[in-house]
Write a protein that binds this ligand. Sequence first.
Ligand code: ZN
Length: 95
Amino acid sequence: MPEDRPTHQIIEIFGDLADVLPYTQPVYRRTVHARPVTFTCQWCNRTVTQQRFPGPLPRYCGDACRIPAQRTGTRARVQQFRARHGDAEQDHDAS
Ligand SMILES: [Zn+2]
């Protein structure tokens, strides 16, 4: 399947030498390459391999999972907040 994601990314580092260099001039520049990362999507539970830049592991295999997951996550946080503040119905599960 075609992959139109860029395979490398130039990172410009600003920082330590900012007082001796103009602020807009990067101290140095490096190129990071994407590499295949295998992870399990926390929404659809599929294990997928994607080209990713170094960094934290992705949680979702794509927007199709990330968007509903974040929407649900927001709702869950609201419910948690209500429960903690005694604003929710007591629901005892008689099982
Ligand atoms: Zn997914």
